[in-house]
Design a protein around this ligand. Structure first.
Ligand code: FAD
Length: 445
């Protein structure tokens, strides 16, 4: 098991980070029951669930930078029931019953995040669903295939009643998705944890070691260490970092929103090959993100990827093509961050009781809800508490390795490029791109 963690540094320009309140400087004690490395959702939810199961535990969280420095402070705020592997593929892998158990668990986690956020207006939690829409026939056919027990199809006019997207042909609405301000959720979580006695140390670079963790080079003893560093973990072949980039508009006027719709604040996206995701924020902006940045050779994190100008421009153009009324609005923020993707696109939760070492991650861009669920499972594993969740298929499962370089670099970036080309072709022709035959097996999800 690889236990080395790479150092990180620099600040993000995320829309959400302005809402952050800083914690005071403290010095860690010599010993804790649990040392958690990483101050994102995985780390904080791990502390939350451990504390809930056993409030007497002395827990410390060590974050190299500031809380929410990673993807947790930069994401699109979809607390969705989406899983990185398509539902149909998953059914083939693990069967219908276990697939259903997973999606129930995800819905349960969304609801628990909702209960946690219920008195925190600034989190802006609203479970008002997600809308995927199609703007060409190829997208429409793929969308229809996505309809399942939890979602339903909408014709073009029904979509327009909800969201007035230019050129829309149809959509699929899934009520099981909530919108949040991710940084505010993280802040609320941190405040809660400090109230119940969890110690949080920012500016504390840590690495797991025998019997505890090295924190800024000092040894801290802890029989249990949790690594919650997701894409920042050691870039071996267990996962690769992929970049997701976002932009945000200025707050939009009521007259613009009247032309767009969506007073309910459901999340929305076009069903293109290029992953994209948007939300209406509590202060009436649109925050929208998408993929398209290339994969860095050797899985080495590269800050420059977070600000790939071409991708930010593509996302702005995509949004304006949905809503031409936005043609003259200002975009006030642009940023990005890395997510960790395993070879079979499955997240991991691993607990090794002999070593007292646990880790979680690999959410491939679906980590807002998954981190809550994974942390809950890990807490039950660590404390050996009964829970049906421990039977979820990704718990303690083997992580399949990515191909060695340069095959990995060539394969992943070919996929990124082909997805963009296939989208352009489908927009022009309206027919499913022949490239899909190449893309689908490459994605393997
Ligand atoms: C732009 C973007 C948009 C996204 N949108 C969505 C979305 O809408 N919905 C969704 O479900 N998911 C989304 N995701 C994914 C989601 O944000 C992540 O899956 C999730 O936040 C991962 O949480 P985490 O705590 O595991 O990792 P992170 O939030 O990345 O936290 C890891 C932390 O570990 C710290 N760290 C690293 N090394 C060390 C060390 N040695 N010592 C101490 N600390 C260390 C880092 O500084 C970091 O703060 C998005 C991601 C990005 C980048």
């Amino acid at each position: 098991m690889d236990r080395i963690v790479t150092p990180v540094s620099r600040a993000s320009n995320s829309l959400w980070s302005s809402s952050r309140t800083s914690s005071s400087k403290k010095t860690p004690q010599d010993t804790y029951d649990v040392a958690i490395i990483g101050g994102g959702f995985s780390g904080l939810w791990s502390a939350y669930h451990l504390n809930k199961l056993d409030p007497s535990l002395k827990i410390a969280i060590f974050e190299a930078e500031v809380l929410g420095f990673g993807a947790s402070g930069r994401n699109g705020g979809w607390a969705s029931s989406e899983y990185p592997v398509y539902k149909e593929t998953l059914k083939k892998r693990i069967g219908s019953a276990r697939t259903a158990q997973l999606f129930e668990a995800l819905d349960g986690s969304i609801n628990e995040i909702g209960v946690f956020s219920s008195n925190q207006k600034e989190v802006g939690f609203v479970k008002s669903g997600s809308l995927y829409f199609a703007r060409n026939k190829a997208q429409l056919e793929r969308l229809k295939a996505k309809v399942d027990g939890s979602s339903y199809f909408l014709g073009a006019n029904e979509v327009k009643e909800k969201l007035k997207v230019e050129g829309v042909l149809g959509g699929v609405f899934n009520p099981i998705c909530a919108t949040i301000n991710p940084f505010s959720l993280l802040n609320s979580l941190a405040s809660h944890l400090e109230r119940v006695g969890v110690s949080i140390f920012e500016g504390s670079w840590a690495s797991p070691t025998h019997g505890g963790a090295l924190v800024n080079s000092s040894f801290i003893a802890a029989p249990v260490v949790v690594q919650a560093t997701e894409a920042f973990g050691s870039p071996g072949r267990e996962f690769i970092p992929l970049y997701s980039l976002m932009v945000a508009t200025e707050p939009l006027s009521d007259s613009i929103w009247n032309e767009i719709g969506n007073p309910e604040r459901f999340t929305f996206a076009e069903n293109s090959h290029m992953v994209n995701y948007a939300q209406r924020t509590t202060d009436n902006r649109i925050a929208i993100g998408g993929r398209g940045a290339t994969y860095p050779f050797g899985s080495k994190l590269k800050t420059s990827k977070e600000s790939t100008a071409k991708v930010h421009e593509t996302i702005r153009a995509l949004l304006k093509s949905w809503f031409p009324v936005l043609r003259d609005v200002n975009f006030t923020h642009s940023w990005g961050g890395a997510v960790a993707v395993t070879r079979n696109w499955e997240p991991y939760v691993q607990w090794n009781p002999k070593e007292g070492f646990g880790r979680l991650g690999g959410y491939a861009g679906d980590g807002v809800t998954m981190s809550h669920l994974s942390a809950k499972v890990l807490a039950h594993e660590i404390l050996d508490k009964d829970s049906e969740l421990r039977k979820l298929h990704f718990v303690n499962s083997r992580i399949r390795k990515w191909e060695p370089e340069p095959i990995r670099y060539l394969g992943v970036n070919a996929l990124v490029k082909l997805s963009g080309i296939a989208d352009k072709e489908e927009r022009l022709t309206g027919r499913a791109s022949l490239l899909n035959r190449v893309i689908e097996p490459l994605i393997l999800r």
